[in-house]
Design a protein around this ligand. Structure first.
Ligand SMILES: NC(=O)c1ccc[n+]([C@@H]2O[C@H](COP(=O)([O-])OP(=O)(O)OC[C@H]3O[C@@H](n4cnc5c(N)ncnc54)[C@H](OP(=O)(O)O)[C@@H]3O)[C@@H](O)[C@H]2O)c1
Length: 332
């Protein structure tokens, strides 16, 4: 089969497109003809080898896909060749697709039948492939963990990425006032089009100062600041985010694009009785819910660009250079 792959950790120059062995399937697995795949924030990290995860080599990148069943393992029941499916990409015992198991930037991919989810009618392969990792993670973080409510002020850092755009869409759907951060003017325009009430250009403005201009400095006696900060950036944004929260506010994290061991200042946590909350991944039922929401027109994944396997390297480079917005789709 044709696939995009790399033989060692490195840069996007190490990614080539060529022939790769079509995966053999076990009795309880299916072979999926990949019709659409999408990039995520972890793709540059896995390519560069900056996580502590053990990646098989040669490695095919990307974790999210949607497609049709091309072949069934001998024990697989209840599925047929041609069924449209969107797999749950975390496989117990193997880990995340595109991290510790071969990814889906290929014509075919192997998945256990137990990971498959049927695609509702009316849901395109491109939209389905946008959903699992980024939209699933944003759904759990905003709805199940942060439980954002109407009228709350929500500050989203890195709102321009896959998780961020969905977090913005979900916060708006719940009636929140959203302050969305991005690093360039064209991305801020797109955030406004998606409904952001305020935008902050983090390459020009200090977001702590901007939040204080909008809502006042948080006061121990109450008031000032925002109710929720969505921070999967980490690094030097961590303590600054604590300084934006109103007493009793919540800071949510699901990642650390700019560093996982930032300086901490616990004075803010106790003084303002802040709640630092983790959110990890999503549950299969969240993915089903998201597919239904998109099929019914209640949510629209934001697809910035669509390309073929030959565009995998340049697309990962766009994430590294912070030139992407929302989701990038690859159609092998
Ligand atoms: N725990 C989980 O299950 C889980 C699942 C999915 C994702 N995640 C994590 O969530 C984060 C976001 O994922 P994603 O797929 O949305 O990534 P993404 O599409 O690459 O978006 C991340 C956004 O962060 C900003 N950014 C990038 N590098 C930055 C840096 N060095 N400093 C500050 N801002 C930076 C960029 O926006 P601007 O350039 O506009 O600022 C970018 O749009 C990642 O850390 C990822 O690992 C975790």
């Amino acid at each position: 089969m044709k696939a995009a792959f790399y033989k060692n950790h490195g840069s996007t120059d190490d990614i080539t497109v060529g022939e790769f062995p079509t995966p053999d399937i076990a009795a309880d697995e299916v072979l999926i003809r990949v019709r659409a795949a999408s990039l995520n924030g972890f793709d540059p990290m896995i390519l560069q080898g900056t996580t502590e995860l053990k990646t098989p080599m040669p490695m095919i990148p990307l974790g999210d896909c949607a497609g049709e069943i091309a072949e069934l393992g001998s024990d697989v029941k209840g599925w047929s060749v041609g069924d449209r499916v969107c797999p749950y990409p975390y496989i117990p015992g193997e880990g995340m697709t595109g991290e510790t198991r071969l990814g889906v930037a290929a014509e075919y991919a192997r998945f256990p039948a137990s990971s498959l989810m049927p695609m509702p009618d009316g849901l395109s392969f491109e939209d389905a492939a946008s959903l699992p990792i980024a939209y699933g993670t944003a759904y759990r973080m905003m709805i199940e963990r942060a439980k954002v409510k109407e009228g709350e002020k929500v500050l989203i850092l890195g709102a321009t990425g896959g998780v961020g755009v969905c977090a913005l869409e979900l916060a708006k759907s719940k009636g929140c006032e959203v302050i969305a951060c991005g690093s360039s003017a064209w991305k801020l325009e797109m955030l406004k089009e998606l409904g952001a009430d305020h935008v902050i250009n983090t390459s020009e403005e200090d977001f702590v100062q901007k939040v204080r201009e909008l809502y006042g400095k948080p006061r121990m006696t109450g008031g000032g600041g925002v109710d929720v900060v969505i921070n999967y950036i980490g690094g030097d944004t961590w303590v600054k985010s604590l300084k934006c929260l109103t007493p009793g506010g919540r800071m949510l994290t699901c990642g650390a694009t700019a560093g996982f061991n930032p300086t901490e200042d616990i004075r803010y946590i106790w003084t303002y009785e802040l709640n630092v909350m983790g959110s990890n991944g999503w549950r299969p039922e969240d993915q089903v819910k998201l597919m239904e929401m998109v099929a019914k027109g209640e949510l629209k994944p934001y697809i910035h660009k669509t390309g073929g396997l030959e565009d995998v390297a340049s697309s990962i480079q766009k994430l590294i250079d912070r030139e992407a917005f929302g989701k990038i789709i690859i159609k092998p």
